[in-house]
Every structure is written in C-alpha cells, then in structure tokens.
Design a protein around this ligand. Structure first.
Ligand SMILES: Nc1nc2c(ncn2[C@@H]2O[C@H](COP(=O)(O)OP(=O)(O)OP(=O)(O)O)[C@@H](O)[C@H]2O)c(=O)[nH]1
Ligand SMILES: [Mg+2]
Length: 193
C-alpha cells in the first residue's frame, strides 16, 4: 500500500478515548524494546512519528495512528520490561486485556518478535492470549538485518516452533533498518481489511 497520509489521532488509556470510527484496525504487540514503534514508522515511511527509544518502556499508552484515512495502527506498550512495579504491571495488563477483548474494529494483532532469539515465555503467553480470544495474528520477526541471510530460514523455523503457530497465522521476516518484508507485511494486512 502506498501511504500518503499518517498521523497520531490519540494516546488513549481507556475505551472512552478510543477513536469512534468503523475503520479497520491493527494493534501491535510485543516485548518492550523489540521494535514495535520502529515497525510502525517503517510501514508509514515516517522517521519519528511513533516514538522510539534506546531505553525500554518508551510507549506507555495506546497510540492510535490514522493511515490514508482508511485504517488505524495502534502502538501498544510492550511487556517483559523488568523495571516495572507490580502496580504498573497490573495496570498494563488491564489496559491490554480491555483493548484486545473489546475492540470490535480490531482485525488482527501484529505480534512483533525478535528474529535473533527464540520467542520468550512472555511472547508465548501473549500469542496464547490472542489465540484464546480468537484474534488473528500476524507475526513479524524483526531485526533481520542483524542476522546473516543464510540463517534466516533456520531462525524463522525456531520462531514458528516455539510459538507453535497456527497454520493460518502469517509469519513475516522484517527489518526496520532495511525495509525487508515491508511489502509482504502490507499485503497481508490488506488481506484483513
Ligand atoms: N537493527 C535494528 N534495530 C531495530 C529494528 N527495529 C527496532 N530497532 C531498534 O530497537 C530499539 C527499540 O525500538 P522501538 O521501536 O522503540 O521498540 P518498542 O517495541 O516500540 O519499545 P517499547 O515502546 O519500549 O515497548 C531502538 O533502538 C530501535 O532503533 C530493526 O529492524 N533492526
Ligand atoms: Mg514503542
């Protein structure tokens, strides 16, 4: 898809703040610092639209981005960041659960994992949570630029096996550095619109 416009609509923490539209929506999920915001920026050809940081925990709210006036991306705070209090973790859990279980416009979750390492226990839990609520998943294995091409297939296999992916779920190799996988990702997203 050719992106001609993209903008942040709102940073929300509760359902009353979600945009009231019927536009198809895709929400990012993944470990803190895995590259969710970078994925959004690369997909939209926008360098600094979604905030990126060298420190984990940059994204704290549900950030809604409107694209070409026809769909939303939702950037979601990551999980697995150790320096988070119990109270914060609980608040995160509630916000995520509310969003993923109630948002009718949600067409699919985009679960971002790190191609370099096997998915973590948290990744597996997130995937199982999404499957439990019958939310279609598009798995993006990112940071492919950090792995030699010759090893890509081997790493994809580990990702697929560790998550025990459904055969209906798409697994896409990606890099926010090089743009690898971007066209394929758009193609799959569009098939859910
Ligand atoms: N080499 C490389 N670095 C990446 C890639 N994607 C993200 N990064 C880097 O990883 C770090 C974290 O990226 P973010 O996009 O902020 O990660 P996030 O998942 O949004 O993090 P939180 O908002 O904390 O949950 C940044 O330093 C990025 O530059 C990639 O494809 N390749
Ligand atoms: Mg982020």
């Amino acid at each position: 898809m050719k992106v001609v416009s993209s903008d942040i609509v709102i940073s929300a923490v509760k359902p009353e703040q979600y945009p009231e539209t019927n536009l198809p929506e895709f929400a990012l999920a993944g470990r803190s610092n895995v590259g969710k915001s970078s994925f959004i920026n690369k997909m939209l050809n926008r360098k600094g639209l979604a905030r990126i940081s060298s420190k984990p925990g940059k994204t704290q709210t549900l950030n809604f981005y409107l694209i070409n006036e026809i769909l939303h991306f939702v950037d979601v705070p990551g999980y697995g960041y150790a320096k988070v209090s119990k109270t914060e973790r609980a608040a995160w859990g509630k916000m995520i659960e509310t969003y993923f279980t109630r948002r009718e416009q949600l067409r699919a979750a985009v679960l971002i994992v790190d191609l370099r390492h096997p998915p973590t226990n948290d990744d597996v839990m997130m995937y199982d949570f999404l499957k439990h609520y019958e939310i279609p998943c598009i798995i993006i294995a990112t940071k492919a630029d950090k792995i030699p091409k010759g090893k890509w297939q081997k790493h994809l296999k580990v990702t697929r096996e560790t998550l025990e992916l459904d055969k209906n779920d798409h697994l896409i190799l990606f890099s926010s550095e090089t743009g690898e996988g971007k066209d394929q990702a758009w193609q799959i997203l569009q098939s859910y619109m």
